[in-house]
Design a protein around this ligand. Structure first.
Ligand SMILES: C[S@@+](CC[C@H](N)C(=O)[O-])C[C@H]1O[C@@H](n2cnc3c(N)ncnc32)[C@H](O)[C@@H]1O
Length: 387
């Protein structure tokens, strides 16, 4: 049996070893499995974008993000630390406090987009992004594209992280071989094909890579990425490119210094990992501030469709920022789960959308809901306010 140390000074995991598992909510903490006595898997009920789990080492007073916990939470599939599928930092921190553990022991920035690249949420986000950027190109005057949470830039789907959950199979994978794609989807798939010249789907481009295909010599790209590893990858590709700047810093606060852009034309993609509940509040205040600085900017916000109050309330909070024009597009692909976990779909909220985008999304989202919806759960909403 393979053994790998989970943390430098922690106990080792064994593949396939049963663990004690717990349901976790602020009020409920109960064991739901069997285990060794010195560690436990904490499954957070308030899990955000994706399933998450934290391993708690009571003796070491240590939490470590864990991946590869099976759906029932019963088995260790792997022991790689801190690369979970958007683990719930907030839940783990609250939990740590509950046990008197210093929250500084909770690892930060565990989210890696490589686990999710090309999933149905990326499909929606990137179709909308391309729709916005292509329309921005209708005028000669240059614009700035600012990506506050840029990720690694592009993702190899054959690699371990992408293969682990294989989410691309229920996203871009369902569109790849189809011949009946409506125009905006066909355009999106055509661009992904440019990264996969031999015809096999091997690479999925992230938002910076897709944007760069549309930007023109007079346009500029500014990228923020906080995770050191993803920043390195991003910087290796884009750091030396003309008209591009890559920053290893916080995108929420970083946009302030860039707005308004010198050309007074700009698109800001805000695509946080929602690891913390406070990301929602931070997003709204960063946007409020950005709109005050640059009222005519085009802001595109991605959010996860979850059974949590923060996620349900977000579109309302964005409308309350009182932009004079907006579009809200939501694509549901899975039915809500009885246990309240999991991602049902996702949404894009676009402030100051370019002309024609709403019409295009109204046509394409019902089609995407039919094709990407799991077991008939697909549905879509497109609503908007025009000036
Ligand atoms: C959903 S991913 C980005 C995906 C990318 N926009 C795309 O569509 O290909 C979110 C990224 O934000 C990074 N991140 C988290 N908090 C951040 C912050 N405050 N500022 C900048 N990046 C952050 C994460 O490390 C992660 O790579």
């Amino acid at each position: 049996m393979e053994r790998r140390p989970l943390v430098a000074n922690g106990p080792a995991f064994s593949r396939g070893q049963p663990l004690k598992t717990f349901d976790f909510s602020p009020r409920i903490f109960r064991p739901v499995g069997s285990s060794k006595r010195d560690r436990a898997v904490v499954r957070c009920r308030r899990s955000h974008r994706h399933c998450s789990a934290w391993v708690w080492y009571p003796r070491q007073n240590l939490f470590v993000a864990e991946i590869g916990i099976s759906a029932t939470g019963g088995q260790v599939l792997d022991g790689t630390p801190c690369v979970g599928a958007r683990p719930c930092r907030a839940g783990a921190r609250a939990h740590a406090l509950q046990f008197g553990i210093p929250p500084s022991n909770v690892p930060m920035l565990a989210y890696r987009h490589a686990f999710h690249a090309g999933n149905a949420a990326d499909v929606l986000k990137h179709i909308v992004l391309l729709g916005v950027l292509e329309r921005m190109g209708a005028k000669d005057k240059g614009y700035w594209y600012i990506d506050t949470h840029a990720g690694a830039g592009s993702y190899r789907l054959s690699e371990r992280m992408a293969q682990r959950l294989a989410e691309y199979q229920t996203g871009i994978g369902l569109l790849w071989g189809r011949k009946d794609l409506p125009p905006p989807v066909a355009d999106y798939v055509r661009r992904i094909r440019e990264f996969n010249a031999d015809g096999d789907l091997r690479t999925y481009p992230g938002s910076p890579a897709l944007a760069s295909m549309v930007l023109r010599p007079q346009d500029r790209m500014r990228l923020f990425e906080l995770h050191t590893t993803d920043f390195r990858a991003l910087n290796a590709t884009w750091g030396q490119q003309p008209n591009v700047e890559v920053r290893n810093s916080d995108g929420f606060s970083g946009i302030k210094a860039l707005l308004p852009p010198p050309t007074r034309r700009g698109v800001v993609l805000v695509d946080p990992s929602y690891e913390l509940d406070s990301d929602y509040g931070q997003l709204v205040s960063a946007l409020r501030d950005a709109i005050a600085r640059f009222a005519t900017g085009v802001y595109c916000v991605w959010y996860p469709q979850l059974q949590s109050l923060e996620s349900i309330r977000l579109p309302k909070r964005l409308k309350a920022l009182a932009p004079s024009s907006w579009i809200h597009a939501q694509l549901t692909t899975s039915a809500p789960r009885a246990d309240g976990y999991g991602l049902m779909g996702s949404g894009m909220f676009i402030i100051n959308p370019p002309f024609g985008l709403q019409r295009s999304l109204e046509t394409v989202l019902p089609w995407l809901a039919r094709v990407l919806g799991q077991e008939g759960a697909g549905k879509s909403v497109v609503e908007g306010l025009a000036p």
